[in-house]
Design a protein. Structure first.
Lengths: 305, 233
């Protein structure tokens, strides 16, 4: 199963461009989509779920083009868990899943078997008789995952599934996604780098509707190789000066004083040692590097440089 | 149907509708038995508009609409009509109990010299069933067109006020959706009432049919195609 996005643009009325000439190929397994709030991740996902039609460009799922005549065929192959979804609060978990399974067109007997299996795999079997409104945030997300998987989709789209969850629940959701990705393509959108580090081999970084990076996780980490520095800072004044000059990915008060983690292509103007970059460092570097380049281009266009 | 009932008839909704009818039966004075239907029809029509208005937009408000988008149109339409049916049945039962409440609390004087009480009740049942379905369908369609529950309530109430008025009665006469309310009691032969109000109800049935036929197309146009939000190049 592969998804090909070619030169995709989504412009809303009032000329707001949410996705801007984006091209990407999503292979099987978990593919991460990383970006700040408002980067265009959710709009892209809404296009992939056929909720939104692109203004320009094309998308295809296993060779099936996203066109109105093919929407039904595509929709059958997609499972979707939106960021915020309020599953029927007055229904029990079992009733809710049976109802959504019926709407998905899964035959009753098969649906019941799938529900039993998925409730077991997500450790929700003991809660099947609880009303949806009685579930915790993490349990609701797990139930949401089940509804997305009932019709055994080839392509599972999950939008920020771990937002607002406690660490234990986040790990559980991540593990479930890894488990479910064995048989299908999973597109996991998030702004939590940790989630991607723990689950994906391939990912894309999005900013202002464009892909700044698309490739392997290791490849992204390599982008920042040799550019990450750990500095010991004398006082707040020096810290403020460094913050103005360099990208800061961490700042911490240690026993020996203030320590900062800086991202810079050159050795910073302070007492520092090079250290290994994390995926988070790489994301910050890639996101800001592109912003700086854009700034330079803008300045040149205005004739200031 | 049990699941649909749980979805569209939460306890608060049933309790508030029941309280509405209970208060109505306590405060709306009636002297004679044949005024009971008259006192109930317009308020129950308004209740139907408000009650049904969230049927279509419920999935949007709860942010389930994007998941719903992946279901087949046939399944979605069936689910909406089932929800509609469940609510209409509840409203009809409420209308019947409201009729009883008026008799229980106000004990209106009987006027059934020429016509048995059962016939009067049967006419009421017929009129109110048509009224509830008509105003419910109208609300459903408006909420779908406007993608808003409040627009449906607002639009429904504007029409309600227009037809439930002296001017509405004068203009539409026996073709008024509230023809049963505006009927001339005691104008028929032998002191009984005429059945000319059936014209208004028949018109309502025709309009309901038209709305039911049109609904799937409206749903497809308004609820399915979010692409209108984006600009084609």
């Amino acid at each position: 199963m592969s998804i090909v996005i070619d030169n995709l643009t989504v412009t809303f009325k009032h000329k707001v461009t949410a996705v801007d000439h984006a091209s990407l190929e999503i292979p099987g397994g978990i593919f991460g989509l990383l970006g700040e709030n408002g980067a265009g991740k959710t709009t892209l996902m809404r296009v992939l779920t056929t909720v939104l039609a692109p203004s320009e460009g094309s998308v295809s799922l296993n060779g099936i083009r996203y066109e109105e005549k093919n929407y039904r065929e595509i929709q059958k192959r997609i499972g979707y868990l939106p960021q915020e979804i309020d599953l029927y609060p007055n229904l029990t978990v079992q009733e809710c899943l049976e109802y959504m399974g019926e709407l998905s067109g899964v035959p009753k007997r098969k649906c019941e078997e799938r529900i039993d299996e998925l409730l077991e795999r997500t450790s929700l079997a003991v809660h099947r008789k609880k009303k949806m409104r009685q579930l915790s945030g993490g349990m609701k997300r797990r139930a949401g995952l089940i509804q997305a998987l009932l019709h055994e989709p080839d392509f599972l789209i999950v939008d920020e599934p771990t937002t607002g969850l406690d660490p234990e629940e986040r790990i559980r959701i991540r593990n479930l996604l890894t488990e479910f990705s064995k048989e299908r393509t999973v597109l996991l959108s998030t702004h939590v780098v940790e989630d991607l580090a723990a689950t994906c081999n391939n990912l894309a970084v999005m900013k202002k509707g464009r892909f700044l990076y698309a490739g392997s996780r290791e490849g992204l980490a390599c982008q920042v190789k040799g550019y990450v520095w750990r500095c010991r800072v004398k006082d707040e004044d020096q810290a403020a000066r460094l913050e103005r000059k360099y990208l800061v990915s961490a700042k911490q008060y240690a026993q020996s004083g203030l320590e900062m983690r800086l991202i810079s292509e050159e050795k910073p103007d302070a007492v520092c040692t090079a250290c290994e970059g994390t995926l988070e460092d790489a994301y910050i570097y890639v996101a800001n590097h592109a912003a700086n380049q854009e700034g330079e281009i803008d300045k040149r266009a205005e004739g200031r440089v | 149907m049990r699941t649909e009932m749980k979805i569209v008839l939460p306890l608060w909704k049933m309790a508030s509708a029941f309280c509405f009818v209970l208060v109505l039966s306590l405060v709306r004075g009636v002297s004679y038995a044949d005024e009971v239907g008259l006192a109930l029809e317009p308020p129950l029509a308004a209740l139907a508009v408000a009650f049904v208005s969230d049927t279509c937009v419920r999935e949007r408000v709860s942010k389930r609409s994007e998941v719903w988008k992946l279901y087949s149109l046939e399944k979605k339409k069936r689910a909406v009509f089932q929800r509609m049916a469940v609510q209409e049945i509840f409203l009809l039962l409420l209308a019947v109990s409201g009729y009883g409440m008026f008799f229980m609390f106000q004990q209106p004087a009987a006027v059934y010299d020429t016509k048995p009480a059962v016939t009067a009740f049967f006419f009421y049942l017929l009129a109110i069933a048509v009224t509830l379905v008509f105003w419910g369908m109208l609300s459903l369609l408006l909420s779908c067109v406007c993608k808003s529950q409040w627009a449906a309530i607002g639009g429904g109430m504007v029409l309600w006020i227009t037809v439930n008025s002296v001017a509405g009665d004068a203009c539409l006469g026996k073709w008024n959706p509230f023809s049963y309310t505006f009927r001339e009691i005691g104008a028929g032969t032998g002191g009984g009432e005429t059945l000319s109000w059936l014209c208004g109800k028949m018109l309502c049935i025709l309009l309901c049919g038209a709305m039911a036929v049109e609904f799937p197309a409206v749903w497809e146009r308004r609820m399915e195609k979010e692409s209108v939000l984006t600009e084609k190049r």
